[in-house]
Design a binder for this molecule. Structure first.
Ligand SMILES: Nc1nc(O)c(N)c(N[C@@H]2O[C@H](COP(=O)(O)O)[C@@H](O)[C@H]2O)n1
Ligand SMILES: [Zn+2]
Length: 373
């Protein structure tokens, strides 16, 4: 028997509807910052979908409002599925709890509690007070996974940092001469483009601009491009670089007061934004990107910057592509520079590791710390 106050056990249909919410939410992948991705489904008679919606953009109505609008009169007595607890506060938009109560829904099935302290369980309480049945925690892990950037931002006041690199079987990211095009095969490179869609910004150092001249775009028409961010202390950057073409995507260069003023003028004339940060470190960069409302930031930098970013605790997740190639070379660079460790037990150890096979390459995904802690 279900103990009093405990949520009844969700059915397979409940789980299926929650997965549909996640699918709807994903339609706004990379577009909602600083807000989460949320999808909502309205169901009549425990079997008929009568309304659907998702949150498209911060400032626009929430998923629940779109789904209720879609359901119209049929929302009365319905069950509403939503992957995040309905809000109960006035933010950019009014509380969804009031919209659900006004629509006279009978039941709300929630994927996860909103970690935002402005919500944090109060949405569920308000619905219960109004006599609406509430079930919480359906497909919770998948719901948390989808909004890991949002959760990390709320809990730690920093965007979620992801370090991505591609290396050979012998742990090299380039040859001894710095040549790195290409380590992985085309399917893995396409996967990187897809992964960038989910990120609000992608960061490289000046060295990567000089050596690789990357585009750092998603290469997909209609999909959002992350803000391309370059960290360069002195602005000793090439005048011709793909990142300065802002018709492809916006570019932000973060520098210091030691910046070359001529290069700064040149970049600004091209439409590249230049901001002076003091000091210029991965931590101050992440603080700056937090202020710009970002959820998820991808580090695609070389080993020296990656080591500092790791040491400063700005990276929580790793995407390591491994190609079945060996290039050798004592001085060929590796993905992470010196961390100053001397003992094996100092090693940074990944948790929740998954392995994906992509063409002839592999992607290892893992977390240095849980974004939910
Ligand atoms: N349940 C739910 N559905 C959505 O579609 C949402 N976007 C949210 N977001 C929560 O509300 C906060 C943003 O409020 P405003 O858009 O400024 O009104 C956001 O921080 C989440 O806590 N929740
Ligand atoms: Zn809301």
């Amino acid at each position: 028997m279900t103990p009093p106050n405990a949520s009844p056990i969700p059915t397979e249909f409940d789980r299926q509807m929650m997965r549909r919410c996640l699918e709807l939410a994903r339609q706004a992948l990379g577009k909602t910052a600083p807000n989460p991705m949320v999808g909502c489904v309205v169901v009549q008679d425990n079997c008929n979908i009568v309304g659907e919606g998702f949150h498209p953009l911060a400032g626009e109505p929430h998923a629940e409002v779109f789904a209720l609008r879609d359901a119209g009169e049929q929302a009365t007595g319905a069950t509403v599925y939503v992957n995040l607890e309905p809000c109960n506060h006035y933010g950019r938009t009014p509380p969804c709890t009031e919209a659900l109560i006004k629509a006279k829904v009978a039941k709300v099935v929630v994927g996860m509690i909103d970690p935002n302290p402005l919500v944090g369980g109060q949405g569920i309480e308000r619905l219960k007070q109004a006599g609406i049945e509430v079930i919480v925690g359906v497909e919770q892990e998948a719901c948390q996974q989808l909004n890991e950037g949002f959760i990390h931002r709320i809990l730690h006041h920093q965007p979620l940092g992801i370090l991505k690199y591609a290396m050979t079987l012998d742990g090299k990211i380039a040859t001894t001469t710095g040549h790195s095009a290409w380590i992985t095969s085309p399917p893995a490179r396409q996967q990187v483009h897809q992964l960038r869609v989910a990120c609000d910004a992608v960061i490289v150092g000046g060295n990567t601009v000089r050596q690789d001249n990357p585009h750092l775009t998603t290469h997909h028409v209609g999909e959002p491009n992350p803000l391309r961010v370059v960290m360069s202390r002195k602005l000793d950057l090439p005048l011709e670089a793909n990142l300065w073409d802002i018709t492809e995507a916006n570019t932000l260069v973060l520098t210091t007061k030691d910046a070359d003023p001529d290069c700064q003028k040149y970049l600004e004339k091209k439409g590249v934004e230049v901001v002076v940060l003091s000091p210029l470190t991965p931590k101050t960069v992440m603080d700056h990107l937090y202020e710009r409302q970002f959820l998820t930031v991808l580090w695609e930098c070389g080993g020296t910057l990656a080591a500092i970013a790791l040491a400063e605790g700005t990276i929580q997740k790793i995407w390591a592509f491994i190609a079945p190639k060996i290039i050798g070379g004592k001085t060929a660079p590796s993905p992470v520079g010196d961390l100053g460790f001397t003992l094996m037990n100092e090693a940074l150890t990944l948790e929740r590791v998954t392995l994906h096979s992509i063409g002839s390459d592999y992607l290892i995904e893992g977390y240095l710390s849980s974004p939910f802690d």
